[in-house]
Design a protein around this ligand. Sequence first.
Ligand code: C2E
Ligand code: MG
Ligand code: MG
Ligand code: MG
Length: 280
Amino acid sequence: LAKGDGRFTFRFYTRELTAAATDRLQMETALRKAIDNNELSLNYQPIVDPDSGQAQHIEALLRWHNPYLGQVPPDRFIPLAEATSLILPIGEWVLKKACQDMRQLIDEGHPLKRVSVNISSLQVQRCDLPVLVGRILRETGLSPEHLDLEITETVLMDEPDKVLESLNQLKALGVTLTVDDFGTGYSSLSYLKRFPIDTLKIDQSFVRDIPHDQDDEAIAKAIIAMARSLRLGIIAEGVETQQQRSFLMQEDCERAQGYFYSRPVPFTKLLEYLTDKQTV
Ligand code: C2E
Ligand code: MG
Ligand code: MG
Ligand code: MG
């Protein structure tokens, strides 16, 4: 840290370091060891038929519990993992774990179509994602049609040619692609034509204030209609209330995800949810 040694330099640097920078450094040091120390885990949130609540897909959501820092929310550590490239090994861990768990669910006969895994833009840019995904599918024995990758609109903005090639290769493997947080990232819709996208996930900011906000309702309706005419799948995220559920059913939205149905839960809890909902 303070290279020139001697207490003076050290004190100088300590004073200069803001509390935030110290926190960040502490967190980075801890995050570097998180995989080896078994501090990472996955929660799963069902993606359901809005009417019946039957799970059709699940989304894997990363959790980090550190003995000193406690439970650190993804919104805090994912940006740090991206800034430090730690998202590359962490993202690989997530993919592998999600594929293993999904393989188990399929083997046990749960009628789930896919598991969705969040992919950071750095993974698309910096690692050979098609090779990595191909290897993990082989190692875990999961069929590609059971894996869905969630990317954000920002991924489609950087180096479009390279990204296009990468996404085409992923599609060739047989996995599906979802645009997460749809509507928040990019103003041009032309990428929907250009990239091999299967599903749009409406960002939760457009769902949150339904039915009170007319504009959000209009936007959600428009996205659902657009997805339908482009023959894309559609998921509404952040569904918390009965009124939002009714709205989505009325608009014939294919799938929904949110606390109204289930929070993201550990694997064992997911099994309970699946058993409850699937046998009725
Ligand atoms: P996301 O992929 O858009 O995930 C949805 C987030 O909304 C999750 O937060 C989920 O817990 C939360 N959520 C679900 N239903 C509701 C609801 O009804 N109401 C509200 N208020 N929130 C709801 P979480 O798990 O904290 O994750 C936050 C973000 O962190 C994710 O947003 C994703 O961008 C990122 N993330 C999580 N896991 C991974 C991962 O494995 N890799 C990468 N690269 N990013 C991840
Ligand atoms: Mg997501
Ligand atoms: Mg989202
Ligand atoms: Mg998000």
